[in-house]
Design a protein around this ligand. Structure first.
Ligand code: UD1
Length: 424
């Protein structure tokens, strides 16, 4: 039985919403628990499907994991398995983040190639090259990344691109390598700062978190810690776009507005009144129809590729024409095909999209292709005439806990319906 959402158009969202811990941080922090024998506690975990999936991945290599509300207790034994090839591995991208910790601790890992969102080519060459620089061999064999080392030593590593996942995997191997590792052109995302903070709490020696150069002084062992996950800036930004698109008034808490400076600046240019509450949240009030704004996706502190669907959705109802450029994951423009079903005036050319705003979108059945595209379609449905059916909503459930409940509380009318689709 499939589930879909019936999204009734014409909502204005008003009220307050709290953002939970970041999906793209918690899963990596859970992997980091492999680095220390004993019980690591992670709080502010979002209640999304990927967290129990990651727990299964950790159990498959020998950990005990207890999930209790928003807290994860991960007990890592002295003897771990180097094989992470359980079925859960294929269901999420972040599962590949056990590679670095396993190589760091065991000097050996066989890790099934990860799954996750279909947003374009997601190679692992930079992860593998980094591990090779640290002294490991690495190959792809029978659907797994295989890595092995006699010992790991510090190295100078230049990344071709500031990849989030490669930075995390190399970092988690380097913290237990002998000597100094320098990762240049490292990712600077707040989630990287979060993992550096947790690793430091565990006894790692890392300098430069949040800059392009990470310097890691290897240590012999790490110890468990208790760590609180940072608020999810992508979910926070989703609510900011929701306010702007519905000419609403939303106060968003539980997220650091400094992580969203460029996003909030773009919404200001679109005509929103924005107030920030230091370290705690922000308020977005959109008094008039949004004005068109251009967006360019880039690694942090650039505009996040995960937010590109919301940029397209906002532009489709804005006054004027917007150019949106996708520099990270080309296949994310698949979202535009669904927006066209809803009456958006949008076309792509390579990694650029031109979107001419229309007065109102028109409801239609649409299909979510990934987490963010799914949430973008729900927001677009709120701005459409009639009832929009959004299908494949399991994607949305992977990233947004209580999304429909929150939207309905804030003034939307959305029903979760279990039936078979009737694609037109
Ligand atoms: C993470 C996020 C994802 C976000 C992305 C970029 C998680 C679970 N996912 O994904 O939501 O969209 O960051 O902010 O945290 N690349 C290579 N070779 C590699 C690694 C990456 O060519 O070895 C390329 C990718 O194809 C992509 C770019 O680098 O074009 C960025 O990828 P990366 O930052 O690694 O994304 P993820 O960590 O997979």
């Amino acid at each position: 039985m499939s589930e879909h959402f019936d999204v009734h158009g014409g909502a204005r969202l008003v009220g307050e919403v709290e953002v939970v811990g970041a999906k793209n941080s918690v899963l990596k922090l859970m992997a980091a628990a492999l680095l220390a024998e004993g019980t690591t506690t992670i709080t502010n975990c979002p209640q999304i499907l990927d967290v129990p999936l990651m727990a299964d991945v950790l159990r498959s290599v020998g950990c005990e994991v207890v999930l209790d509300g928003d807290t994860a207790h991960i007990t890592t034994p002295s003897e771990l398995s180097h094989r992470a090839d359980s079925p859960a591995m294929g269901k999420l991208r972040a599962s590949v983040c056990v590679l670095g910790p396993l190589v760091g601790r065991l000097k050996k890992a066989v890790v099934a190639l990860p799954g996750g969102d279909a947003i374009g080519s997601r190679p692992l060459d930079m992860h593998q090259n980094g591990l090779r620089k640290l002294g490991a061999t690495s190959s792809i064999e029978h659907g797994c990344v295989v890595a092995e080392a006699v010992g790991l030593h510090g190295a100078q590593i230049w990344l071709d691109f500031p990849s989030v996942g490669a930075t995390e995997n190399i970092l988690m191997a380097a913290v237990l390598a002998e000597g100094t590792t320098v990762i240049d052109n490292a990712a600077r995302e707040p989630e990287i700062v979060d993992i550096c903070t947790m690793l430091t709490e565990m006894g790692a020696k890392i300098e430069g978190a949040g800059t392009s150069t990470l310097t890691v002084e290897g240590v012999d062992t790490l110890h468990p810690t208790e760590h609180r996950v940072i608020g999810d800036r992508i979910v926070g930004a989703t609510w900011a776009f929701a306010a702007a698109m519905t000419r609403g008034d939303l106060t968003v808490t539980g997220v650091n507005p400094h992580h969203l400076e460029l996003v909030l600046e773009k919404l200001r240019l679109a005509g929103a009144d924005i107030t920030t509450f230091d370290g705690k949240g922000f308020r977005v009030v959109q008094p008039e129809r949004p004005l068109s704004v251009d967006f360019v996706t880039l690694p942090y502190p650039g505009f996040a590729t995960d937010l590109q669907p919301f940029a397209v959705a906002l532009s489709s109802v804005s006054d004027g024409t917007s150019m949106i450029t996708e520099n990270v994951y080309e296949a994310r423009f698949r979202f535009i095909e669904e927006m066209v079903r809803l009456g958006a005036d949008a076309r792509t050319d390579g990694h650029h999209a031109v979107v001419r705003g229309v007065d109102k979108l028109s409801s239609a059945p649409v299909w979510a292709s990934d987490i963010r595209a799914g949430a973008g379609l729900v927001l677009a449905g709120l701005c459409a005439d009639g009832v929009t059916e959004v299908w494949d909503v399991f994607h949305i459930d992977r990233g947004y806990p209580h999304f429909v409940e929150n939207l309905n509380r804030l003034g939307a009318r959305i029903d979760r319906v279990a039936t078979e689709p009737d694609r037109c």
